[in-house]
Design a protein around this ligand. Structure first.
Ligand SMILES: Cc1ncc(C[n+]2csc(CCOP(=O)(O)OP(=O)(O)O)c2C)c(N)n1
Length: 661
């Protein structure tokens, strides 16, 4: 074997040993996948991937997504060897509190980690979103030579079993995302044992059926890996799946090929035996040869030079094309004009509107002022009203389209939204009916964990969906999203609040969910418009001196509650009306402000929201009343539902009277 090849093999074995070693030290973790996939991953990083360890956020980089996040030590070992800000001590601290090397990779924590992974399959779908963003950027910049970043994914049997990869693979093939290359670690092992227990489909045929380019190789053979990567990268017109047959725990004499190496340390003796088998000193820990160090250093040096070259070319291109320069800066900085709120307020349509309709009008204006805004729906754009009218549809042959058709694939749509946001050049929005936020829950959670700035648009936001009945009527969904740390839920009351909600959504820098109505809503009367202060989460919409009761409402129930308040006031009951579009925004306000809106001394409080009452006691207090939903509703016209479930001004007023008695 030539010296260079020997060093290469040594480097790959070093990844195996470092990974097994860190797991051993932590007494927990997953050595099997890193050991089996070291050949592929090291070859990719050493020979193919363009990145800049000294500038992990360099926009010209390829992205590497470890969809099988349990194999995190594989990624950490690579980050260390390729001189990212990842020390040997960081590896030694694997899985320890406060370390840069948590159990599963976390994008907000560790430089060089592109995506937070662990929930199987989600990394794969997030990568599809990144591939969409990459294609879109290249097309909008009209420069495929510079903007040709590739997205590499490493996925496992578990990823392949999860439904989300079915959705996302189908979407990727449909859009001919040939900037996406996925390695499938086909090791025939999951936690319970052989994949024969639960997985017998032909993944090769399945991906071919979606329209992928599929290459089957021996995943332990670096020359086959190189050939497959070369072919996959150069392949035009479809994404590529490299199905690599590997052995879990490769290199371990006693545990290779066995499920026991999946998620537990090899054990001290077996680790020593593995080191011996691979030609390492069994008594040394975290051993990295100088040859391996210099092999990686050489590559890092080259990568830095390449990145510098790319940056120069970018400068030349941008300086020659001032319009593209402006666009690039707008996209990269996700620029939102300072007067966005004024502009959005100017664009709301006259008269009563469904908030999905005023949302649509506002979104049209937002799309012209915020070039980074792009997105779509899961086949519901005519209902969610989320098409950008002046823009075309994204797809093969038209990648500069800003309207993305995700198809009926809510979970993937959510993950793609995250991927687009993480790619770094868009503020994506994704839309569907509120009730189907259920289908997206893990993606919402990952958006929150990753602080991904995605605008989740949920229309048909209450039982007032009406005739479609209980399967389509959201009940617990607001509560579910409010329970999610890091998610900001906004349920605007009418058109003006919608404009405020969009202004907040565009500038918030983290995930946000907008809940919008199907049904028409009266506008807030002009005398109260100046009171609107949505950015603070809740505000006094209409007041009475020495009020004795606070009516708190959100969304479509705000105007109904204001009308109820007028009735009560005519009877001498002194009511304050608070519009509370967002708990989360309210909670970030100073205590003084919160007290000024909801004074602790006022114990008589009635909350009105056509959703689950769950959680509202917090604002209603022990003596309060919550008018909401405690069960699924019936199918029927929305006005009949309002009567039946007590959401008319008359019934709210009557409930308040009884409450005060
Ligand atoms: C959505 C989801 N369900 C369950 C798990 C728990 N889990 C972690 S790894 C794994 C399967 C392991 O099989 P595979 O993906 O083939 O990885 P390998 O055994 O090859 O390391 C499971 C079920 C998870 N991480 N994500």
């Amino acid at each position: 074997m030539k010296k260079e090849q020997k060093t290469l093999k040594r480097a790959i074995d070093t990844v195996r040993i470092l990974s097994a070693e860190a797991v051993e030290e932590a007494s927990s973790g997953h050595p099997g996948l890193p050991m089996g996939c070291a050949d592929f991953a090291f070859t990719l990083w050493h020979k193919f991937m363009r990145h800049n360890p000294k500038d992990p956020d360099w926009i010209g980089r390829d992205r590497f997504v470890l969809s099988a996040g349990h194999g995190s030590m594989l990624l950490y070992s690579l980050l260390h060897l390729f001189e990212y800000d990842m020390s040997l001590d960081d590896l030694r601290n694997f899985r320890q509190l406060g370390s840069k090397t948590p159990g599963h990779p976390e994008s907000v924590l560790t430089p060089g980690v592109e995506v937070t992974t662990g929930p199987l399959g989600t990394g794969f779908a997030t990568a599809v979103g990144m591939a969409i963003a990459g294609k879109q950027l290249a097309a909008r910049m009209e420069n495929k030579e510079l903007f040709n970043q590739r997205i590499f994914v490493l996925s496992s049997d578990g990823c392949m079993m999860e439904g989300i990869t079915h959705e996302a693979a189908s979407l990727a093939a449909h859009n001919q995302l040939d900037n996406l290359v996925c390695f499938y670690d086909d090791n025939h092992i999951t936690i319970e044992g052989s994949t024969e227990l639960a997985f017998s489909e032909d993944v090769d045929k399945r991906f071919k059926a979606y329209g992928w380019n599929v290459i089957s190789i021996d995943g332990q053979d670096t020359s086959q890996i190189e050939d497959a990567l070369t072919a996959g990268i150069n392949h035009v017109g479809t994404p590529t799946l490299i199905k690599g047959r590997t052995e879990i725990g490769y290199g371990s004499p006693g545990k290779a090929g066995d499920a026991s190496s999946h998620g537990a340390p090899l054990g001290a003796d077996e680790l020593k035996a593995t080191k011996q088998t691979l030609g390492f000193d069994p008594d040394k820990t975290f051993q990295i040869d100088e040859d391996v160090r210099s092999l990686c250093a050489k590559r890092v040096n080259q990568l830095q030079k390449d990145a510098g070259e790319w940056n120069k070319k970018l400068d030349v291109f941008l300086n020659r094309n001032p319009k593209k320069k402006q666009l690039f800066e707008d996209l990269l900085n996700k620029r939102v004009p300072e007067d966005i709120l004024e502009k959005l307020l100017e664009s709301i349509p006259e008269g009563p509107q469904a908030t999905r309709k005023s949302g649509s009008a506002v979104m049209q204006t937002a799309s012209t002022l915020v070039p980074a805004l792009t997105g779509g729906a899961a086949d519901l754009a005519p209902s969610t009203k989320t098409l950008i009218d002046s823009e075309t549809s994204f797809g093969a042959g038209n990648y500069d389209g800003r309207n993305i058709h995700f198809g009926v694939r809510e979970f993937s749509m959510g993950a793609c939204g995250n991927g687009m946001a993480l790619f770094g050049t868009s503020i994506p929005y994704v839309a569907t009916f509120a009730v189907f936020s259920d289908f997206m829950k893990p993606a919402l959670r990952l958006a929150a964990i990753q602080e991904a700035h995605v605008i989740f648009i949920y229309t048909h936001d209450s039982i007032f969906v009406g005739e479609d009945g209980p399967t389509h009527q959201p009940i617990e969904h607001l509560a579910m999203l409010r329970a999610l740390p890091g998610m900001t839920v906004i349920r605007p009351a009418e058109s003006h609040e919608v404009a405020h909600a969009w202004a907040t959504a565009l500038t918030i820098g983290r995930p946000v969910a907008l809940f919008l109505t199907r049904q028409t809503i009266e506008n807030i009367p002009s005398e109260h418009l100046a009171n609107i202060d949505l950015a603070r989460g809740a505000y006094v919409l209409s007041d009475e001196p020495d009020f004795e009761l606070i009516l708190i409402a959100t969304g479509s129930e705000v105007m109904t509650s204001l009308n109820a308040a007028e009735k009560l006031r005519s009877e001498g009951i002194r009511v304050r009306v608070v519009s509370m579009p967002s708990w989360e925004l309210f909670e970030t306000q100073h205590e003084e402000y919160r007290e000024s809106v909801l004074p602790a001394a006022c114990k008589q409080r009635v909350v009105v929201e056509a959703g689950s009452t769950f959680g509202w006691d917090k604002y209603a207090g022990d003596n309060g009343l919550v008018i909401g939903m405690k069960d699924f509703a019936m199918s029927g016209p929305y006005k009949s539902l309002a009567e039946k479930y007590g959401f008319t001004a008359d019934s709210i007023a009557e409930n308040v009277r009884q409450y005060l008695e």
